[in-house]
Design a binder for this molecule. Structure first.
Ligand code: S3P
Length: 172
């Protein structure tokens, strides 16, 4: 059983994956954390001193490494399902869930955490809103390939676990 949480930056993937793992016997995996651990560099460093392309390769490798786990809940990066054949690989090897959050809420969350995120660091609030609009539009087709979609505004781990059960995804 492998569950993959996908969705835009700020949609709560890491928080929910961690919290579902604490309530079940699934192992928590965060792709960004794995990349940082393996490279010894922060995500921003990788973008700035290597390149986004190189980051996407590390991300693909970190994703493929999760296929060796038997029981895991994986917090993907916002772009993970949109590069290479990652979303097809995710769907072959596990169950993908798109955490859908309205633009306004994403903006509020991201406006306060620009620094850690290389794609938005340095953007003014107006530029951030435009960026979210454009990237969400661009990525909606890959997010739509997820097996399940849940409204993730104010979503709790308990509600997510119930939703998975309702959809016959048993976390055993
Ligand atoms: C990215 C999202 C980030 C991280 C990187 C690129 C993206 O992860 O992987 O900065 O392309 O949307 P979070 O969604 O966890 O912020």
């Amino acid at each position: 059983m492998r569950i993959y949480l996908i969705g835009f930056m700020g949609s709560g993937k890491s928080r929910l994956a961690k919290s579902v793992a604490a309530k079940t016997n699934l192992t928590y995996i965060d792709l960004d954390e794995r990349i940082v651990a393996e490279t010894g560099k922060s995500i921003s460093d990788i973008f700035n001193t290597e390149s986004e392309n190189q980051f996407r390769l590390y991300e693909k490798k970190a994703l493929h490494d999760t296929f060796k786990e038997h029981k895991a809940i994986v917090a993907c990066g916002g772009g993970t399902p949109c590069f290479y054949d990652n979303i097809e690989q995710i769907n072959t090897n596990g169950v993908s869930i798109y955490l859908k959050v309205p633009k306004g809420a994403l903006f509020k969350r991201l406006a306060g955490s620009k620094k850690q995120r290389p794609l938005i660091s340095g953007l003014t609030d107006t530029a951030l809103m435009e960026f979210i609009d454009a990237l969400l539009e661009e990525r909606s087709s890959c997010y739509a390939k997820s097996k399940l979609t849940i409204n993730a505004l104010d979503l709790s781990a308990t509600r997510l676990i119930d939703y998975l059960k309702e959809n016959k995804v048993y976390l055993k």
